[in-house]
Design a protein around this ligand. Structure first.
Ligand code: PMP
Length: 428
């Protein structure tokens, strides 16, 4: 067994002064202890007990170039030798917005913030201002950030248009009164909700592929249905690409799957591990910011460190005709194929759903998962035991089942991962 003694001590110590002992509630789910890391390089990290791991958490998604990519670090250092935060304008924000407009299908104008949650807040505000309506349709099992106006838990049975339920104590219930939850991938229910409430609906917001709950793809025609219904009812189609933006293709899922929303939100991978998010979309909607009708505020918006990281990340990703994307794709192909064979050989019923370098592994007898309630039937206890055993063998996985690969993961990493995971499976 690996010693995790120093992580255990630090977790104990941190709880004296750091609320919850971690900086984001989810991080305390790691078993047997939330790890304290000392160093990351490429696809690997090292903890304070000097254990080495192949990492598939990858900072919860942002580390598309891996840990401490030298070129990215050099570019950020060079750019920020001249200042890191002006609260005024600089060229990198223009450069980044031009890159996004060039590579993201729906982007005619762009606005920057620091987190995915803030980007979603702004997108919803724009939609309400543009349409003059208040209600938002969101889907069961999707995650759009943790602010009061969108963070919901899901009723046991979501019938079309269920009311939202606060997901945490202290949340304003008023903030959720205009949020309607609809089961995803159910065309009839969505049509019925739009028929009944379309006149009061400002936007439908959706992840393109349900990365947060099983990497479930939209059923055929579903995105087209959202497009049609929003247009017919004078509502906006918001595609939340905080996970997939600039990750599954230069233009995100909208490029890869051929979807044209009115607005999109991106974060995570767009700046390779620095705090940057954006809303991009139709000029006439984004111009509500230009005209001052919609407020978009933030001390650190357009911050030099984040923007120079964004420009450097996109430059690296886009060079040589997107060669990095192709490499991530083949490494992920090999990993997913190898995992499938390994699980089959060990007699573990499983399902892997994947878009590019993001995939979800679940232990289940189901051959296909198209609905969120099906996703909930997976064997969470067994998977948690698997992640704990993997940690002991030197592979870092999220208990949720979501994996990220990066440009730093190699075929050798894949082979080594499979060797380590074979041992992990033998432990459970
Ligand atoms: N939208 C989606 C689809 C996400 O996956 C997330 C974060 N996982 C968010 C929004 C919120 O982003 P952040 O954590 O940066 O606030």
């Amino acid at each position: 067994m690996r010693s995790l003694e120093k992580s255990e001590q630090l977790f104990h110590l941190s709880q004296e002064t750091l609320a919850g002992g971690v900086s984001s509630t989810l991080r305390n789910v790691m078993k047997p202890v939330p790890l304290y890391l000392e160093k990351g390089k490429g696809s690997r990290v090292w903890d304070v007990d000097q254990n080495e791991y192949i990492d598939y958490i990858m900072g919860y998604g942002p580390l598309i170039l891996g840990h401490s990519n030298s070129e990215l670090l050099e570019e950020v250092s060079r750019a920020t030798l001249n200042g890191q935060q002006f609260g005024m304008q600089h060229k990198a924000e223009i450069e980044m917005s031009r890159m996004i407009v060039n590579q993201v299908p729906c982007a005619e104008k762009v606005a920057f913030s620091g987190s995915g949650t803030e980007a979603v807040m702004l997108a919803l505000r724009l939609a309400r201002a543009f349409t003059g309506k208040q209600k938002i349709v969101r889907f069961e099992g999707h995650y759009h950030g943790w602010y009061d106006g969108i963070y919901t838990s899901f009723p046991a049975t979501v019938s079309g248009g269920s009311d939202s339920i606060a997901a945490t104590q202290g949340q304003s219930e008023q903030a959720l009164k205009d949020i309607l939850i609809v089961p995803w991938n159910d065309a009839q229910k969505l049509e019925a909700v739009m028929k009944e409430h379309g006149h009061e609906i400002a936007a439908i917001i959706t992840e393109p592929v349900l990365c947060n709950s099983g990497c479930i793809y939209p059923v055929e025609g579903y995105m087209e249905l959202i497009r049609r219904l929003t247009t017919e009812h004078h509502a906006l189609f918001i595609l939340d690409e905080v996970i997939t933006g600039c990750r599954v293709a230069a233009g995100g899922s909208q490029e890869r799957l051929g979807i044209l929303p009115d607005l999109t939100t991106m974060g995570k991978a767009i700046a390779g591990g620095y705090a940057l998010s954006l809303v991009a979309g139709r000029r006439d909607v984004m111009d509500l910011i230009s005209s001052g009708k919609v407020a978009h505020l933030g001390t650190l918006n357009g911050n030099m460190v984040a923007l120079s990281a964004g420009v450097a990340t996109l430059n690296i990703l886009n060079r040589n005709d997107g060669e990095v994307f192709k490499r991530m794709e083949s490494v992920s192909d090999a990993l997913v194929e190898g995992l499938g064979k390994l699980m089959d050989a060990k007699g573990l019923p499983h399902l892997i759903n994947r878009i590019g370098s993001v995939f979800h592994l679940m232990f289940t007898e189901l051959k296909e998962v198209q609905q969120y309630p099906q996703f909930l039937t997976r064997d969470v206890a067994q998977y948690t035991a698997f992640t704990e055993a993997a940690l002991q063998e030197g592979v870092l996985l999220r208990p949720s089942g979501l994996w990220y690969t990066s440009a730093a993961h190699s075929m050798e990493d894949v082979e080594e991962t499979l060797r380590r995971l074979e041992k992990a499976i033998n432990r459970i």
